[in-house]
Design a protein around this ligand. Sequence first.
Ligand SMILES: Cc1cc2nc3c(=O)[nH]c(=O)nc-3n(C[C@H](O)[C@H](O)[C@H](O)COP(=O)(O)OP(=O)(O)OC[C@H]3O[C@@H](n4cnc5c(N)ncnc54)[C@H](O)[C@@H]3O)c2cc1C
Length: 552
Amino acid sequence: MQYRLTAPAPGWTATTDVVVVGSGVAGLTVALNARKAGLRATVVTKAMLDDGSTRWAQGGIAAALGEGDTPEQHLDDTLVAGAGLCDEDAVRALVTEGPDAVRRLIAVGAAFDQDADGSILLTREGGHHRRRIAHAGGDATGAEISRALVAAVRSDPGIELIEHALVLDLLTDAEGHAAGLTLHVMGEGQRDGVGALRARAVVLATGGMGQVFSATTNPAVSTGDGVALALRAGADVADLEFVQFHPTVLWLGPDAEGQQPLVSEAVRGEGAHLVDASGERFMLGQHELAELAPRDIVAKAITRQMQLRGTEHMYLDGRHFGAEMWEHRFPTILASCRSHGIDPVTEPVPVAPAAHYASGGVRTDLSGRTSVPGLYACGEVACTGVHGANRLASNSLLEGLVFAERIAADLAARHAAGDLPERTVDVAAARGARPVPLLAPETRAEVQRLMSRGAGVLRSAASMAATAEGLARLASDARELSTEEKPADPRVETWEATNLHLVATALVAAAALRAETRGCHWREDFPERDDAHWRRHLTTTLDETGAPCVQG
Ligand SMILES: Cc1cc2nc3c(=O)[nH]c(=O)nc-3n(C[C@H](O)[C@H](O)[C@H](O)COP(=O)(O)OP(=O)(O)OC[C@H]3O[C@@H](n4cnc5c(N)ncnc54)[C@H](O)[C@@H]3O)c2cc1C
């Protein structure tokens, strides 16, 4: 059974070869490489081209580029962080193809920080035993990558760019092959409102789902739309319970909601210390890498300290860097802290964990293919198996690059073999998918509060039962509203709220089932890792009632 968001019938249609949803590192890299294979690409993006997580990435991109470093060592560090659930073949592809993928990104125009000899400067981040993080503009790596890729797609006449376009659902042909999508464009003229875009293949590159929680580093567009769309289309989604909480997000007060400023791991990589209110370092003795332990360990340690001391945050102390280093190496973070009245040069920075990265997503193989023929997923929306139960710092930009190139190679090979024909899709028939009731825009904040309260860094059977109950109540309220007499009101805010709700419900179902602590999934009632029962992936699909069904 396929489902779709309640929406008006498409009022216009257009055709392309490959439609890419999302304009972050993953989507733009797919588009650029699909073009090299002679395919027309259309990039559809929700807001402006650079509105996604990519632009916000600070620390950098991990690749074995340094002297003495090897893909094998990068692989080892990635597998350790992934806590037994990485797909080793996927990690091997990432680390061996990564260095050249970064070089190709440089060839596209991204300028990484270099030393006087022109060698790329490399820093360290949590979980890495080597300096292997390339960065740009000090701590503005994502902005530089985004700038370079946006410039490249804009200068390619074979790539069509549609901004302010919210993709709703997948269209499939009679064989069940992806054949395009429905979208809502806030445009002018002919392409305005809901339309249909036909394509030979569809690539989801919609980024993360951090907005499912109240406090997140993710921008407003990260509402998990790609995962929701894939679930409605019948695709397998995996590892949703593994949400990484970044340990050091600037604490802006108890009522802060939405996107919060990140204080990159690279600040700890350069020697800043985590301290409590009395200035005592609490990571010493907890892990051999102390402040540079993998993120889940640091996030848990901070949360434990906060519980122990009854406070809402800890501190990151980098006063010993001095003003010059802060200004030169971390200009973005310095400016962001100062704009909130905190000066890291003279005072410790208040920090607390916040939702940061979705390790799970739409399940793919090594070529980015999902379980729905012709539907690919790439970047943070995908679950390639690279991250397992926890992402190693700075592996995500790299994953976006490497697997985008792999998807483009698959599309090119299929195109050359005549296996990527034009698809015939009867748009009216495709609307036979069952429409799901829409949730009111206010639901967004309610979903976020429920999720942060019950399914955040600390989880237990009781907290997740309460969260699931709250989410179910929101859904039944929506069903009551969506009667013939009082139809739901389809628009961007209701579609996003409905996607957030579906993704949250699926996440909670997976997190409730996994009765162990592993990677970034921390169960207070099951504090140990349990390989005998749980060294396996949990896969989510929708059942015949449209509810998430988790198996594994
Ligand atoms: C503050 C911050 C710092 C980070 N630092 C690092 C770092 O140093 N190193 C690292 O490797 N990773 C880092 N990450 C993670 C990394 O930035 C992301 O995982 C990565 O950029 C994701 O790229 P992407 O292309 O998959 O998605 P994004 O860059 O998030 O792009 C998603 C795109 O999809 C579009 N979209 C979403 N839904 C729809 C829809 N329904 N219709 C149309 N378009 C849609 C969005 O508008 C956007 O264009 C950081 C993330 C954040 C938030």
